[in-house]
Design a protein around this ligand. Structure first.
Ligand SMILES: Nc1nc2c(c(=O)[nH]1)N[C@H]1C(S)=C(S)[C@@H](COP(=O)(O)OP(=O)(O)OC[C@H]3O[C@@H](n4cnc5c(=O)[nH]c(N)nc54)[C@H](O)[C@@H]3O)O[C@H]1N2
Ligand SMILES: Nc1nc2c(c(=O)[nH]1)N[C@H]1C(S)=C(S)[C@@H](COP(=O)(O)OP(=O)(O)OC[C@H]3O[C@@H](n4cnc5c(=O)[nH]c(N)nc54)[C@H](O)[C@@H]3O)O[C@H]1N2
Ligand code: SF4
Ligand SMILES: [Mo]
Length: 696
């Protein structure tokens, strides 16, 4: 969409939890109103392209249902009766609840709970400053990145990779376990350019025919959780047929001989029985990857949302190390660039007062935590105050039944700071209205690219909305928390963080709008060595040493993890009672639970559905469009069945995340997702679910 030349334009950054982190140009119609939004043309990664949902962002900023005033619950919890109150009264009540909890049980009874509704560093992470100063319970973030990052790091030792813009120099682009047409549209921009400019081929590995696969030259639909097996077969063929780069491996990897022996029996036949893919197709895939030096792997998050997800990520990441793709321009891999920024977040997060002895509670186990599971609480007190920003757990978290039981507790004080009356906010005692990104200043980094970016405030917030930062600072003064960061403005925090991270200051960033910090070619391709001490890529992963951010221990069945790439059979397998495997892949115009409030997204996504192979539909006596029940040991979900012949038999897909209330009975898809902690460091297994299906 073109912006109109006679209208003032501001620059910004898409704040959503999306690796694309697009640079935006926004029409500012007046101090309160925006018009059109489009991708910044002169940002080399965004290159003028954004997804349709953010192209229509005026719809979300000026949504008639935005929260505008602090609200206090009037009737029973969740019955929808609210009374408008002042900010002072709302924050006093919250502060009082926090102080009381602290007095009665100790500070760990308070749980600040957040995630990445905004990816701005100030507005997302500032809540940690309050938690660190006060010694409130910490949140161990496992929804998203713990499984995939851990798998990538096990091999490479550093969270970074080949410049995504280098895809234009590739001959084969392998999109593995991500659906960028839905989830990060810019990958397609660069992949499409490579196809046009040099005839590059696009290869996609997923568990159904996604929009991305529809555009690909080669698509491979495998069974969920079998990527490790496929990767092993690809490497087996490489050793067998002489495509393995032995000179590269000798220089850059830990144990190529051991790997070769280990892979001897991991043949295409072996992988075929696990992945459900034909032997010839595996041979074809292995040949394409083995014979193309400029092969670029774009590794997604999706395929790691399985109980063997870290092991599978490590197995797939090992392919370019066997082939030596890394040493070629346009070759190698990219999963996330989050490790390249090296921020000093001391002021934003109050890391100077961080106490490692304060307990961490697993984000994905919020249901267990709130219902008092001793495993989660340890020797510590119950959580009696929950304060959330930037997340909607009563929709997105696993084991929804237990989450809802937790939220129903009478002795739990809940405060939700939100832009909309989400399903989480609807269960609160106090709801606080939050600004949106165009209404506050923040600093951003690209996960799927390499820019540091500024998103300045462009318009006034509606009603009485306040930013996360303002709320945290005000709350801090009411609960007696002192830290220099509470006295700084967002811009001062941004300036401090930039300068103390060795970057240009705010003025320069503001002038340039974004700064490209891609490490040089040598570093991005690990040509000076991988991130481990000895500089080697590790085919033999050391899972016991795995850690994720501030959580130092491992969890789950770490002892059983295969060290070399393998198929690790710890999935929630189908069985006689639960003959189907279900995955909950992302819908195009929802972003997690965000946008499920905008009319255009609701219209496009329609109603909750489960996709099923037509032969399975027939074999189970069902009909297309029929209402069905999906169930397992955790609960039941009602939705409609639709036919998709691209699926393997026995596999179901339900795109989301629809709100719970879009389902009859109010039980959304995450009712079926388990909250057990996968090895080695926990994580959300949103695509690893077994279920039965029957007519409703
Ligand atoms: N439109 C939209 N965009 C989004 C989001 C959204 O919900 N909607 N979510 C945002 C967030 S928070 C994140 S983390 C990113 C995630 O973005 P992605 O990296 O794309 O990851 P996922 O969204 O988990 O799933 C991607 C794909 O993995 C496939 N998949 C599932 N299991 C397997 C498997 O075992 N093997 C293989 N090969 N494939 C599998 C799914 O079918 C899906 O097509 O996207 C962000 N962008
Ligand atoms: N079934 C299924 N479930 C999943 C997944 C899946 O693939 N399938 N994916 C999982 C993944 S990868 C993730 S990351 C999680 C994400 O789950 P969430 O973190 O809950 O998802 P979001 O929708 O990104 O953001 C949540 C809320 O943040 C609010 N918000 C945005 N900006 C601000 C702000 O500045 N201040 C305040 N106070 N609030 C703000 C938004 O209004 C939104 O309601 O979901 C997980 N759940
Ligand atoms: S593709 Fe992702 S980062 Fe870009 S505008 Fe859409 S949601 Fe935002
Ligand atoms: Mo995520």
């Amino acid at each position: 969409m073109n912006l109109r030349p006679n209208i003032k334009t501001g620059f910004s950054v898409c704040p959503h939890d999306c690796p694309s982190q697009c640079a935006l140009e926004v029409e500012v119609l007046d101090a309160h109103t925006i018009g059109r939004v489009r991708g910044a043309k002169d940002n080399s990664y965004t290159a003028g392209v954004i997804c349709e949902k953010v192209g229509r962002y005026a719809e979300r900023v000026h949504h008639p249902e935005r929260l505008l005033h602090p609200l206090k619950r009037k009737g029973a919890r969740g019955d929808g009766e609210w009374q408008r109150i002042s900010w002072d009264d709302a924050l006093d009540e919250l502060a009082q609840a926090m102080l009381q909890a602290e007095e009665r049980y100790g500070a760990e009874a308070v749980w600040p709970y957040y995630y990445a509704g905004t990816m701005g560093l100030v507005m997302r992470d500032g809540i940690n400053r309050l938690r660190h100063v006060k010694g409130y319970s910490g949140m161990y973030d496992t929804f998203c990145v713990s499984l995939p990052w851990t798998g990538y790091l096990a091999g490479t030792g550093r969270l970074g990779g080949v410049d995504p813009r280098e895809m234009r120099k590739s001959d084969l682009i392998v999109i593995w376990g991500t659906n960028p047409v839905n989830t990060q549209v810019n990958v397609m921009t660069h992949a499409t350019a490579a196809r046009k400019e040099r005839g590059a081929k696009l290869l996609v590995v997923d568990i159904y025919e996604t929009g991305t696969m529809k555009q690909a030259d080669h698509g491979y639909v495998i069974r969920p959780g079998t990527d490790g097996a496929l990767a092993c077969a690809v490497m087996h063929v490489a050793f067998r047929d002489g495509h393995a780069d032995r000179a590269y491996m000798a220089k850059y990897t830990d144990d190529p001989a051991g790997l070769e022996v280990h892979l001897k029996d991991k043949s295409p036949e072996w992988a075929s029985s696990i992945t459900g893919l034909g032997v010839e197709r595996i041979e074809e895939l292995a040949r394409l990857i083995g014979t193309t030096k400029r092969t670029y792997f774009r590794l997604g998050y999706g395929f790691a949302r399985q109980r063997n997800g870290s092991a599978n990520m490590h197995a797939v990441t090992s392919i370019p190390a066997v082939m030596g793709h890394w040493s070629h321009e346009g070759g190698g891999a990219m999963h996330s660039n989050s490790g390249i920024y090296r921020w000093n977040k001391s002021m934003i997060e109050g890391l100077d007062v961080f106490d490692p002895n304060v307990r961490m509670l697993d984000q994905s186990r919020i249901g267990a935590v709130l219902t008092g599971d001793r495993y989660d609480l340890g020797d510590g007190p119950p959580v009696t105050v929950l304060f959330t920003q930037n997340t909607n757990p009563v929709s997105v978290a696993p084991d929804q039944t237990r989450v809802k039981q937790g939220f129903a507790r009478d002795d739990l004080f809940i405060c939700v700071h939100e832009q909309f009356m989400t399903e989480t906010a609807a269960l609160a005692d106090i709801v606080l209205p939050a600004t949106q990104f165009l209404e506050h200043d923040d600093l951003y980094q690209g996960g799927g690219h390499q820019h540091i970016m500024l998103g300045p405030r462009l318009i006034e917030a509606p009603g009485e909305c306040r930013s996360n930062h303002d709320v945290i600072c005000d709350l801090a003064s009411r609960v007696g928390a002192e830290h220099e960061g509470f006295n700084m403005s967002p811009r001062e925090l941004i300036e401090w963080t930039l300068v103390n991270s060795g970057r240009a200051g705010l003025d320069e960033l503001e002038q340039q709008k974004w700064i490209d910090v891609q490490p040089d070619f040598e570093t991005s391709h690990f040509l000076g060595g991988f991130g481990h001490k000895d500089g080697k890529y590790r085919f033999a992963a050391r899972w016991h040493e795995a850690k994720h951010k501030r959580h130092t221990g491992t969890m789950g069945p770490v002892d059983a993890m295969p060290s070399f790439p393998d198929h690790w059979p710890v999935l929630q397998e189908a069985d006689e009672t639960h003959p189907f495997r279900l995955a909950t892949s992302p819908a195009r115009t929802f972003l997690n639970s965000s946008f499920n409030e905008t009319p255009s997204s609701m219209k496009r996504e329609g109603r909750p559905q489960v996709q099923m192979h037509p032969d399975d539909i027939a074999a189970n006596g069902l009909a297309e469009g029929q209402k069905v029940v999906l169930g397992n040991e955790l609960g039941q979900v009602r939705l409609h069945v639709s036919a998709n012949p691209s699926l393997q038999r026995g596999v179901l897909i339900s795109e989301g995340i629809f709100p719970n209330h879009a389902f009859e009975d109010g039980c959304g898809i995450n009712t079926l997702v388990g909250a057990d902690q996968p090895a080695p460091v926990g994580g959300g297994c949103f695509h690893d679910i077994h279920v039965w299906i029957r007519p409703a």
